[in-house]
Design a protein around this ligand. Structure first.
Ligand code: NAP
Length: 357
């Protein structure tokens, strides 16, 4: 029998707009014993957490529960997170003590994962090829989102000439830009981000022909210049005003990939972000036969091997680079990762590395 003093974050109160971490989450220390494990359970130690904007939606009380793509996390529940976890003790066939798994588990240094909790199996092959488990999180979550979003949902091909990407210097966006330029050879890749430094990166490392800072006073003119030949595919990570602007520049039969709408996640009631699409912009959908299609990456779970069979060679050949930012955190600091995303403090994939005390 081994006992562990586990630090675990629970949802204290589902939050409204402008999340306050002290009011939303609560750190609880619990004594856990491996004696309590049941058949099928995995006892896990966390090493890295993925920071995903969608976690904000899981705890937002203004999200309409019945319309969410997954069950919300309720008051009193452990806060969930994708992460890289080490199996300390396995009671499940196929898992050995010492295995590293990519799983949707919890903001906890130690936790028990029951059979229904494990949503992604370990990808031993990928870990062996790439060595670094944080690449696993970067490629295995947002990399595949970029892949399926651009190529399957957006149906982008080398025949397209202009692809526009919002939140382009983020985890998903940075991979979308690189696939568009370095794999498909798109003539005009336009990346949109929130700072000059991010725009610099988009030009230098992500193959963007135009990198536009949406905070710049000249953003609207810059956008018009960059999209003067109109847009074949707009990869939308942000919603709001930028979506409106893109709609007004779509080509006939253009495609909009609705991947996310981060400008609205901390503002579900629409105070800061203009969540509504203007009448003029909406009319473009039928006038120009624009296809808008949303997706949730897990819908492509059965096609994951195909995606990795493309993505891993692209990585090896240098066609794509995984841009990530790893910050060291004690368990006490973990919720700050969520805030970093919404303040735009990250470039590429934001990963929390747990410092065990
Ligand atoms: N459909 C799916 O299955 C799926 C899967 C994964 C991700 N997503 C979506 O993809 C989008 C990007 O997610 P990610 O995981 O790749 O994370 P990410 O790009 O790292 O997201 C964080 C970035 O978002 C930008 N941002 C934050 N608040 C903003 C606001 N109010 N307005 C404009 N930009 C804002 C900031 O960049 P700037 O400094 O550039 O503003 C920030 O650095 C999100 O909408 C997410 O929900 C969807």
């Amino acid at each position: 029998m081994t006992k562990y003093s586990a630090k675990q974050w629970f949802v204290k109160e589902r939050s409204g707009d402008n999340i306050n971490v002290e009011e939303t989450f609560e750190l609880v220390t619990k004594e856990l014993s491996t004696d309590d494990l049941k058949e099928g359970d995995l006892f896990l130690k966390a090493h890295f957490f993925s920071n995903d904007p969608t976690q904000r939606i899981w705890v937002n009380k203004d999200s309409v529960k019945e319309r969410l793509y997954r069950a919300p996390i309720e008051k009193g529940d452990l806060m969930e997170a994708y992460g890289i976890y080490e199996v300390i003790e396995s009671r499940r066939t196929g898992y050995e003590n010492g295995d590293f798994v990519l799983a949707r588990a919890f903001w906890a240094d130690y936790c028990t994962l029951t059979p229904i909790d494990l949503t992604i199996d370990p990808g031993a092959t990928l870990t062996k090829i790439m060595g670094d488990p944080t690449d696993f999180l970067t490629l295995g979550i947002t990399g595949i989102t970029a892949y399926f979003g651009l190529l399957t949902v957006g149906a982008a091909t080398s025949k397209d000439s202009t692809v526009v990407v919002s939140v382009a210097a983020g985890a998903t966006g940075s991979v979308v830009c690189q696939i568009a330029k370095n794999v498909l050879g798109i003539k005009n890749v336009v990346g949109i981000a929130g700072s000059d430094a991010k725009c610099e990166l988009l030009k230098k490392s992500c193959g963007c022909d135009y990198a536009l800072n949406y905070r710049s006073p000249t953003f609207k003119q810059d956008f018009e210049e960059a999209t003067k030949d109109d847009i074949d595919v707009y990869f939308d990570n942000v919603g709001g005003e930028i979506l409106d602007m893109a709609l007004l520049r779509m080509k006939e039969y253009g495609r909009i990939v609705s991947c996310g709408a981060i400008s609205m996640y901390d503002d579900m009631k629409g105070g800061k972000a203009s969540a509504g699409i203007s009448r003029e912009a909406w009319s473009q959908v039928y006038c120009h036969k624009v296809r808008i299609e949303g997706f949730i990456v897990i819908q492509f779970a059965d096609q994951l091997p195909k995606a990795l069979a493309d993505l891993v060679p692209w990585l090896m050949e240098g066609k794509i680079h995984l841009i990530k930012e790893i910050w060291d955190a004690r368990m006490e600091d973990v919720p700050q990762g969520m805030l970093k995303l919404f303040k735009g403090e990250n470039t590429g994939k934001l990963i929390t590395k747990i410092i065990h005390s």
